[in-house]
Design a protein around this ligand. Structure first.
Ligand SMILES: Nc1nc2c(ncn2[C@@H]2O[C@H](COP(=O)(O)OP(=O)(O)O)[C@@H](O)[C@H]2O)c(=O)[nH]1
Ligand SMILES: [Mg+2]
Length: 375
């Protein structure tokens, strides 16, 4: 697997780029909300502590956690799956170019996500308001492009399990790293072709197997090819098909933590699958530069929620559910893999010792059992 690192820095305001030292100050030093509005460092014994003797300062833990998180930065690994030509690479380029990283427009042709032949990860280092984020996109080759598509979900399942295995090996290492590099797939965006009918058997097959090992967010690709009525009907039909086939896509109802979570997630569940349109080209519309698709009858603005639901997808991935995607990956999907692997090791090796290499087959995928990694 090739790994290309593209370093991108984003800053919101049009001010001159701050010096590197300024950024570092914002990450490590001040307790500011933003790198640009430094506030005095928090005094554990501030005004409140001076006058109110009953104040212990437990609330300051939030600030400590924030500082730690800022130092560590954030990582998010997104995988895209679907037939070739459905706009996977374009949508990921849209994601990088849109407001997540408006300033990170990748102008050079070679920095764009290229046509995919193998499973390939491309990562972007993004920095916004002093918060660092490593956003990796795992682009998969045309899924279901063959004449016989039986078991074509297996290489993707294998890739996901391989990442869990790598993490597990790091974790059980005696000299384990303080921060284990995390290549686990936090979210898999599955592209449904805009047929307007219903889910195809291959879509059902993929999501049925993969939803047990990874967070799946289905999207209707190239939604500009559907009329509004077709789109609504198709979305409804897909939700019904998912329900009938008992496919639990993200955000999974059983993992809603409380009533508040439930209210937010219900709204998302009612909208899924997002009908998206992608583009990495910018056009001038009413004097503003917008990402869009220019047609003879007008320009589809990809970030405009009146035109398509790309912005909802982006908000889900980045603004509202990023931490939750990571938490569910770690505490549900990875945990299931880990428990199964450790049990398996205990069973196969009488002394219960983990040698970190076998009994898995090559690449850590032990035959059909772990391939399915379904319990
Ligand atoms: N109509 C329409 N075309 C799109 C959309 N997204 C991408 N395309 C076009 O579809 C073709 C294939 O896109 P690409 O991103 O390479 O698809 P991939 O094979 O799934 O990675 C390109 O010509 C894109 O310009 C979309 O949302 N709507
Ligand atoms: Mg592609």
């Amino acid at each position: 697997m090739e790994h290309t690192a593209v370093c991108v820095e984003i800053r919101e305001s049009p001010e001159p780029e701050p010096l590197r030292s300024e950024v570092i100050t914002s990450i490590y030093g001040t307790m500011s909300d933003s790198a640009k509005t430094p506030q005095p460092a928090p005094a554990p014994r501030g005004d409140k502590a001076g006058t109110d003797f009953s104040y212990v300062g437990i609330d300051a833990i939030l600030e400590q956690m924030r500082r730690k998180a800022m130092k560590q930065g954030f990582e998010l690994n997104i995988m895209v799956v679907g037939q070739s030509g459905l706009g996977k690479s374009t949508l990921m380029n849209t994601l990088f170019k849109s407001k997540v990283s408006r300033k990170s427009v990748l102008t050079k042709e070679e920095e764009r996500i290229p046509k995919t032949i193998e499973i390939k990860s491309i990562s972007h280092d993004i920095e916004e308001k002093g918060v660092r984020m490593k956003l990796a996109v795992i682009d998969t080759p045309g899924f279901g492009d063959q004449i016989n598509n039986e078991n074509c979900w297996k290489p993707i399942m294998k890739f996901i399990n391989d990442q869990y295995e790598q993490y597990l090996q790091e974790e059980i290492n005696i000299n384990r790293k303080k921060q284990i590099p995390d290549s686990r797939v936090h979210c898999c965006i599955y592209f449904i072709p805009p047929t307007g009918h219903c889910l195809r058997p291959i879509d059902v097959e993929f999501m049925r197997h993969l939803s047990k090992v990874v967070n799946i967010v289905p999207v209707i690709a190239k939604a500009d090819t559907l009329t509004l009525e077709e789109r609504d009907y198709f979305k409804q039909k897909i939700r019904e098909d998912l329900r009938v086939n008992e496919i639990d896509i993200y955000p999974q109802m059983e993992f809603d933590e409380d009533a508040e979570d439930r209210v937010i997630n219900e709204k998302i569940r009612a909208m899924i699958p997002f009908a998206v349109v992608g583009s990495d080209l910018e056009y001038q519309v009413n004097g503003k530069k917008l990402l869009g698709r220019k047609t003879k009858w007008g320009t589809i603005e990809v970030e405009n929620t009146a035109h398509c639901e790309f912005a909802y997808l982006r908000d889900l991935l980045i603004r509202t559910h990023m931490q939750n995607l990571k938490d569910i990956t770690s505490s549900i999907h990875y945990e299931m893999y880990r428990v199964r692997r450790l049990n398996e090791n205990n069973n196969t090796q009488p002394n219960g010792q983990l040698n970190g290499q076998r009994p898995l087959q090559a690449n850590g995928v032990p035959g059909p059992e772990v391939l399915s990694h379904e319990m």
